[in-house]
Design a protein around this ligand. Sequence first.
Ligand SMILES: C[S@@+](CC[C@H](N)C(=O)[O-])C[C@H]1O[C@@H](n2cnc3c(N)ncnc32)[C@H](O)[C@@H]1O
Length: 259
Amino acid sequence: MTRRLTLVGLGPGDPELVTAQAVRALNEADYFLVADKTGQHPGTADLIAMREAICARHVTGAWRLVHVPDPERDRAGPADYTGAVRDWHEARAEAFEQALLDNPGDAAVLVWGDPALYDSAIRVADRIAERARVDITVDVVPGLSSIQLLAAHHRLVLNTIGGPITITTGRRLLHDAATHDNLVVLLDGALTCRQLPELSAWRIWWGANLGSSDEQLVAGNLDEVADRIWSRRTAAKQSRGWVMDTYLLRRAGSLERRS
Ligand SMILES: C[S@@+](CC[C@H](N)C(=O)[O-])C[C@H]1O[C@@H](n2cnc3c(N)ncnc32)[C@H](O)[C@@H]1O
């Protein structure tokens, strides 16, 4: 019999930010699957606990969480980055497939934020369907992304007037900032914006652990606030064991130039 695998976007951590559709999907599933990175990063246990708090708040009746140990990923900056990520997705697909084989019924995968944004869940689910060892249909329920929370908590419009936004990663920032003047940056453990050639040319709106009890927000001219952001980031990581941050970088004057 065909089983349902629903990839449920839970938003960036705050139980108040879970959509009604996500709540319905959680309540319809027989159990939940979550990628467990605690083997490599013990601090991430808190991220699982935050998902559990969301389930406890929104699921009526008993629920069951199945931890899927996350395969080791080559983080040493492989020459073939895309190939390394593809291998990791394949290993993740095998791990989730095994969890589905071991646990009958309909499953929901608890996805952080929105599944469409820098998350492997959709690619992994497609791969499981292609491998055809488990008979599944895959559905996606969107969630609020960290970017939306960043914008709301800074009371920001992400785009300049009539202008584009580039969404990128810390890994690509120095390259992308050479040709774009309004960028949202994710996945940047090194706060790479500090290496831009001309810090005074940029404004930044930064947020860490958005939606959690120790959310951090800083905004200002990059040359003036970069050090403060780095020390807040370091302190957040020390106190909680993990930190996730997102920021908007805008070249000074670009809003006016477009208006
Ligand atoms: C693997 S991506 C997942 C993004 C997620 N799917 C989303 O919609 O936000 C992880 C990155 O998202 C950002 N992020 C996720 N949750 C966050 C939060 N609560 N506060 C700030 N940034 C967050 C950080 O840039 C982090 O490195």
